[in-house]
Design a protein around this ligand. Structure first.
Ligand SMILES: NC(=O)c1ccc[n+]([C@@H]2O[C@H](COP(=O)([O-])OP(=O)(O)OC[C@H]3O[C@@H](n4cnc5c(N)ncnc54)[C@H](OP(=O)(O)O)[C@@H]3O)[C@@H](O)[C@H]2O)c1
Length: 278
């Protein structure tokens, strides 16, 4: 695969799958934009990728997805710096054992895992339209058993680390599907990919649970292959509005495909972020 000439942006690119995928993007010749919240960790990750692919163009952008102010600044900088975007890989996520609230007043996982990618997808539409075979990939495992509580999207009544985390990914799935329908004519492919379990530090709040999960998980480099597999630019269009588990397409469940849910979540999300982001 040759990604020369493409601009590929990866959130949460300093560690785990984000780092592994950014490294692949750079190795394939893409202009790689690594979005990290911590400058020190980000600079270290950029250096490591530059060392592996000395001729690559790798840039660090700082953004803390738990801060609307930081998201706004990051998006404004991107719009000045880049004239197009070919791949937006919404990878960053956080898993919190205890319910916490961001400085913007949102539940942390809801903001980082759902609101932030929702905002990035929508704000980068014009940049993506300037790309070739533009492609948005949202990362995560959408549950086919859980149901969203539209009256308690931010888990104020009922917080559970895993269930709430997977509900934020379910929100992201509904937003992916809704955006894929709304942008059908714009030529932007939107997919959600569950990369399958891999070793990482995601469950860092509960070290024993994280350790056990990692025992039964793949090395992250192998998982990065599952993501790269879906990035054959010319074929990307066929993937619009689809969901994948590793390399296989996952049929949409009746619940996932219920447009009344994706539409009401979309309008609720727009009201939640109104006035907080331009
Ligand atoms: N691990 C698995 O088995 C598995 C399975 C399926 C799907 N996934 C998905 O894979 C993705 C990557 O997770 P991972 O397992 O690679 O975990 P990870 O190593 O913890 O990576 C998460 C990344 O998100 C970043 N991040 C967290 N909060 C942020 C914030 N407020 N602003 C900006 N960046 C933030 C982290 O930055 P810091 O380093 O600064 O914290 C880190 O770079 C997630 O979407 C996850 O849901 C993971």
């Amino acid at each position: 695969m040759n990604l020369t000439g493409k601009t590929c942006l990866v959130t949460g690119a300093n560690s785990g799958l984000g780092f592994a995928v950014a490294k692949r993007f750079a190795a394939q010749g893409a202009g790689t934009v690594m979005v990290c919240r911590n400058r020190g960790k980000g600079e270290k990750a950029v250096l490591e990728i530059k060392k592996a692919s000395p001729n690559s163009t790798v840039e660090l952008m700082i953004c803390d997805l738990s801060s609307m102010k930081s998201i706004q600044r990051f998006m404004d900088e991107c719009k000045v710096k880049y004239s197009k975007l070919d791949i937006l890989y919404n990878n960053a996520a956080v898993m919190k054992q205890k319910r916490t609230v961001t400085q913007d007043g949102f539940e942390m996982m809801f903001q980082v895992n759902y609101l932030a990618p929702f905002i990035l997808m929508n704000s980068f539409i014009e940049l993506l339209k300037n790309g070739s075979s533009p492609y948005i990939i949202n990362n995560g495992r959408p549950s086919d058993k859980l149901r969203l509580d539209m009256d308690d999207l931010q888990f104020s009544k009922n917080y559970h680390m895993y269930n709430s985390f997977f509900k934020t990914k379910l929100c992201l799935l509904f937003a992916s599907l809704e955006l894929s329908r709304r942008n059908e004519s714009a030529g932007i492919t939107v997919t959600m990919i569950d990369p399958g379990p891999f070793k990482s530090d995601l469950v860092r709040d509960v070290p024993l649970a994280g350790w056990i999960k990692n025992l039964f998980s793949s090395p992250v480099e192998k998982t990065a292959d599952n993501i790269l597999y879906h990035i054959t630019p010319d074929e990307a269009r066929d993937k619009n509005g689809k969901v994948f588990k590793e390399k296989q397409e996952k049929p949409l469940t009746e619940y996932w495909n219920d447009r009344s849910i994706s539409e009401s979540l979309w309008s609720e999300t727009e009201s939640l972020i109104k006035g907080k982001i331009n």
